[in-house]
Design a protein around this ligand. Structure first.
Ligand SMILES: Cc1cc2nc3c(=O)[nH]c(=O)nc-3n(C[C@H](O)[C@H](O)[C@H](O)COP(=O)(O)OP(=O)(O)OC[C@H]3O[C@@H](n4cnc5c(N)ncnc54)[C@H](O)[C@@H]3O)c2cc1C
Length: 301
């Protein structure tokens, strides 16, 4: 029986693995291998790396740190979390793994514009496509920016980016914009241009990302999809953990879900989708897990 099974080896899961392994606990780290952090070409807002660090390098360093204390990352997708008295069974396609506690750190997946994967990845690598204005809005200061989105979400992202550049256009991904009067007024006040979709014909042209819209072909120094995300909380929701309407897990200030012994940290929890936040939540979760297990059976060497 593992003391804790961590599901997900992004910044949240790996931080928890470092803490829990250093608490001398028996842990298992299951990972499907597609951390959002792995998509970051070079982060400049993560503290401690003045020259920036790529998401892959950061994950590799964190894994090496966890391994130093005995953690092992298993390439496996968890398919179910089942309660078994005070304990749990985590299922993978070929195993049933018993655990005293479970930490879900499965993150989210951004909805992407409809473009070929190879083009998407090249545009991402070159900073022509970006997903996180909080992270890298600084890098688009005074450049020409397109936001692919509509509704309140699209409006908020466009207004956020307006803090970096005056050249912001909000493009609806799928036809006409859906913006109420308040949204329209806020965009007008900020001087954000609006263009209807649908978007298509994506291509890198020179140092810009170009695509077709209802007003013809447009090109931007950077485009930010603001099309929402899929919250990867299904395993906990199926076990009846409480979540918001859009699927973010609800936790208390110790990262406890509504199911005793089931914890969650990182993007899968409602909060700031940032590496620092994922790490902080994981540190809190890991320490609470340690103290819970200690209450059940005092940890002494
Ligand atoms: C392009 C881009 C740039 C970004 N730039 C920055 C930046 O500069 N600074 C910053 O702070 N943040 C940035 N972010 C956000 C940052 O990547 C996330 O906040 C962070 O990765 C969240 O960590 P996490 O551990 O919660 O989730 P993730 O990193 O997404 O990791 C979740 C892990 O869980 C695994 N998993 C999911 N389901 C299962 C399952 N059923 N079984 C087993 N494993 C599973 C996945 O494979 C994945 O490895 C950026 C995001 C993107 C997309």
């Amino acid at each position: 029986m593992d003391d804790c099974i961590i599901i997900g080896a992004g910044p949240a899961g790996l931080t928890a693995a470092i803490y829990l392994a250093r608490f001398h606990l028996k842990i298992r780290l299951l990972d499907a291998g597609d951390s959002r952090a792995g998509l970051i070409p070079l982060t400049h807002n993560h503290a401690g790396y003045p020259e920036g660090i790529s998401g892959r390098d950061l994950l590799q360093r964190m894994l090496a740190q966890a391994e130093r204390y005995g953690a092992v990352r298993e390439a496996a997708r968890a398919t179910a979390i089942e309660r078994n008295g005070d304990d749990f069974v985590v299922r993978t396609p070929d195993r049933a793994l018993p655990a005293r506690t479970v930490l879900l750190a499965t993150g989210v997946r951004n909805h992407r514009p409809d473009m070929p994967d190879a083009l998407h990845d090249e545009a991402l690598e070159r900073g022509l496509l970006r997903y996180c204005p909080i992270c890298d809005g600084y890098e688009v200061t005074d450049t020409k920016v397109g936001v692919i989105g509509t509704d309140t979400h699209g409006m908020k992202e466009a207004l956020f980016l307006r803090g970096y550049t005056k050249d912001v256009t909000l493009i609806s991904p799928d036809g006409g914009h859906r913006l109420d009067t308040a949204c329209q007024r806020a965009l007008d006040d900020a001087g954000v241009r609006r263009v209807d979709g649908p978007c298509g014909g994506w291509a890198i042209e020179g140092d810009q990302l170009a695509f077709d819209t209802a007003e013809g072909r447009l090109a931007f120094d950077s485009a930010y999809p603001a099309m929402g995300s899929h919250i990867r909380s299904e395993l906990a929701v199926a076990a009846r953990a409480r979540a918001t309407a859009d699927g973010c897990l609800e936790v208390d200030d110790h990262q406890r879900t509504s199911i005793p012994g089931l914890f969650a940290a990182g993007d899968v929890v409602k909060g700031l989708d940032q590496i620092s936040h994922a790490m902080g939540e994981a540190g809190v979760a890991a320490t609470t897990i340690r103290n819970l297990l200690d209450e059940r059976a005092p940890m002494r060497r």
